[in-house]
Design a binder for this molecule. Sequence first.
Ligand code: ADP
Length: 543
Amino acid sequence: MLGLMQDWQLLCHRVLDHAALNHGERPVISRSVEGPLHATTYAAVRARALRLAQRLERDGIKLGDRVATLAWNTWRHLEAWYGIMGIGAVYHTVNPRLFPEQISWIVNHAEDRVMMLDLTFVPLIEKLAEKLTPIERYVLLTDAAHMPATTLRNAVPYEEWIAEVDGDFSWTLFDENTAAGMCYTSGTTGNPKGVLYSHRSNVLHSMMSAQPDAMGVSSRDVVLPVVPMFHANCWGLALTTPMVGAALVMPGAKLDGASIYELLDRERITFTAAVPTVWLMLLQYLEQHDLKLPYLRKVVIGGSACPRAMIQKFQDAYDVEVCHAWGMTEMSPLGTLGSIKPDYAGLSGEARLDVQVKQGHAPFGVDMKIADDAGRELPRDGKTFGRLKVRGLAVARAYFKEGDRILDDEGFFDTGDVATLDRHGYMQITDRSKDVIKSGGEWISSIDLENLAVGHPKVAEAAVIGVRHPKWGERPLLIVVLKEGQSAGKAELLAFLDGKVAKWWMPDDVAFVTEIPHTATGKIRKTALRDRFKDYELPSAAA
Ligand code: ADP
């Protein structure tokens, strides 16, 4: 027997309809790419998104067509997302930090028909345009007054382009499983892979993310998503914020400490989210200028591991609650968030930080388990680590144009991360599965060793990789960049680690380098390091 409830399809544009109707006057403030701050409202964003949808339709864009955006977080980018989705087309966020060859690869792979881009990226795209064959039209997210001379095909300024229609338009209705958005993973191994969100997964993900133990935002919040819309679906915030009717502040192109502080203070931001690098810049700026954060209530930090010292600084010096989060593009992206459950509520000081440095626990809608290489589930004891596998309401089941091979028999997706789970459900990442060092059949966490090594006062950055060893298969090599003007020998660094890890985890050698390579999203490029050190002779191998 079926239930007798209404069939109300979960469509993303319904989120904006709700915001416009119930929170219509809530402000949407942006730092424009042209410079000044710009103010609008959810009601106005909806009206302009409808125009954009109507204009796209006039250009022949239809259900299922992909429209690329290469843009910072601004009101125009927000209008673009909703306008594109509102006719059943698919927003494809292109990450401008990718290598140019990767950008042209994914635009071709996605077969984007239109590209909407900020002024910032015009020179980059002009250089690539010849290779971007599927693009029929470039829409520059600006007005005629700021429109540069450009060689881009059929280029138009956004404002004048959407003014060509009257805005008398309605959203298209379609099945909630229709594709809504697309984001490619950065492809540290092989080509980037396209994750294709549906209207249903985006809406459910936002409902999940709004919960008190997840992002926990409400209509009383003023939300600053510093995390770019082009990074992992903006962590859902472009939907969650209008869904709950919070005010939205968009940082535009300026993500440095001074610019972010200016917004936090001026707009009285209560909630914000970004990767650790952004917060390092902000904390430095606050310290240099002896500033406080009287309005900010909560900061969500993820994308890579949040350092313990950062959590401590935000909480102790600025009275801001830190929520450490983990996720990935394939998960829309939220996987776990680190709110404190009653089980740990009594903890304070270092013991509380021990919980907060973990990546957090799963909200309803995310199932997690850890398993060994043979797929056997491992205990949730907070110590045993294994491959982290997930399934859920907003987790990918396949990549765009790649067939259906990414889930195991029980429908779990292997995240590529290695983690522990404790009995209360808190997950802690110990490594990436391709980076974990397999020594004599046992696993050594490269991340644990790196975290310890950067605790040395002379070390600026550290990476640990497995190097071939005749007896053990692989042994850890510690690769170090020293702080400017510092000098240290191998023995000094190894002595620093001694006693802090099991004997068999100790690196067999230390290599000093001037620079460690990074990916477009700021993560250490272990593949490049492994290449560089592939013939490295460990002293222990010769013995
Ligand atoms: P990109 O490489 O483009 O940033 P993703 O955002 O999808 O792509 O990266 C997801 C990966 O980032 C995760 O699988 C994990 O390895 C890492 N990651 C994300 N959040 C954290 C975190 N809080 N701690 C440690 N690693 C994290």
